[in-house]
Design a protein around this ligand. Structure first.
Ligand code: PBG
Length: 324
């Protein structure tokens, strides 16, 4: 038979390639993580995350304005809590005038239309660096859920649009949803880190927030990275409990899960390209071993191709600047 089908016809030049391209990257895809610290005029680079910074509240406004001007309309807030405010129960997390609560207000006062999501977990507030309350060397579940629910309410009261629990306790979505409903925060959404794996890729983030576990690891609550079916179970349970958006984390090594989950759920699927993924590319590019921008775009496109509808990424600003 003479060859009649030739796939290369659709790759002849950029015009035809762009005409048949199946996915595109836009600023609307991104959720921008932001690290906040106490102090004045602080913009400090995170050593293991080159060109990524912690901001004090007085500089947060400018950063948020810049993001908005670039078309980035959603932020995910994390706070670095001073050591003297840390304890086992995350007391400071419920302070209505705490750093997170003030950060939410700062963003909303500067750019009211900016969508504000907040990290809900105890680790930045915990003297043990764990995501839950510690008792006899164990992370206790139900007591932790109660505090996470109160923390969510506190963020909602400060003006957060979505709360994003990153802890992996059982039943936390239900605890949070019930309290938010009861207190009439019916429109506050929940983006659940539903399939969050116990990963070594979180290292630089723990440097950024000084939140590394003081003992042991997070394997009794975060998922075993050998597991695939379990991620589906976790995700369906979170949706039943009231999650509006589900997430897979980390990103690149877990694209199979992004696709598996996207194929079976009816809520938006987010992916988190985590700090270690960011650090790896920065390091390789610094050495001249990889083309930073080209690899960055290829990775972001991989998330879209896998089916992610929301991408939390430290590269968000770089990508959008490059594309414009
Ligand atoms: C804490 C939290 C972590 C990340 C987001 N929220 C670290 C952890 O679970 O230890 C990781 C983000 C990143 O590495 O970029 N609950």
């Amino acid at each position: 038979m003479q060859q009649i089908r030739r796939n290369r016809r659709l790759r002849t030049n950029e015009a035809i390639r762009s005409l048949v391209r199946e996915n595109i990257i836009t600023p609307h895809d991104f959720l921008v993580p932001l690290f906040i610290v106490e102090g004045k005029s602080v913009k400090e680079e995170i050593p293991s995350m080159p060109n990524y910074y912690r901001y004090s509240l007085d500089l947060l406004g400018d950063e948020v304005k810049e993001l908005w001007s670039l078309g980035l309309k959603s932020v995910l807030l994390f706070v670095k809590v001073p050591d003297h405010l840390k304890d086992n129960k995350g007391t400071e997390a419920l302070n209505s005038n705490g750093l997170m609560q003030r950060a939410i207000k700062t963003v909303k006062e500067t750019v009211p239309e900016m969508l504000v999501m907040t990290d809900v977990a105890l680790d930045p507030y915990s003297s043990y660096g764990h995501d839950g309350i510690v008792e006899d060397g164990k992370i206790i579940n139900d007591e932790t859920c109660k505090i996470l629910a109160e923390m969510s309410l506190s963020h909602a009261q400060a003006g957060a649009d979505f709360v994003a629990p990153s802890d992996m306790m059982d039943g936390r979505i239900l605890s949070m949803r019930e309290l938010l409903e009861k207190e009439n925060y019916k429109n506050t959404g929940i983006m659940s880190y539903s399939a969050k794996y116990a990963s070594a890729f979180y290292g630089p983030f723990r440097d950024a927030l000084d939140s590394a576990p003081g003992f042991g690891d997070k394997k009794t609550y975060q998922m075993d990275f050998a597991n695939r079916d379990e991620a589906i179970k976790e995700t369906f349970m979170d949706i039943e409990e009231g999650a509006d958006i589900v997430m897979v984390k980390p990103g690149l090594c877990y694209l199979d899960m992004v696709r598996d989950i996207r194929d079976v759920v009816d809520v938006p699927v987010a992916v988190y390209q985590v700090s270690g993924e960011y650090a790896m590319l920065k390091a390789a590019a610094e050495k001249g071993w990889l083309d930073h921008d080209a690899v960055m775009l290829e990775q972001i496109m991989a998330f879209k191709r896998a089916g992610a509808q929301i991408i939390a990424s430290y590269f968000a600003k770089d990508v959008v600047k490059l594309l414009s």
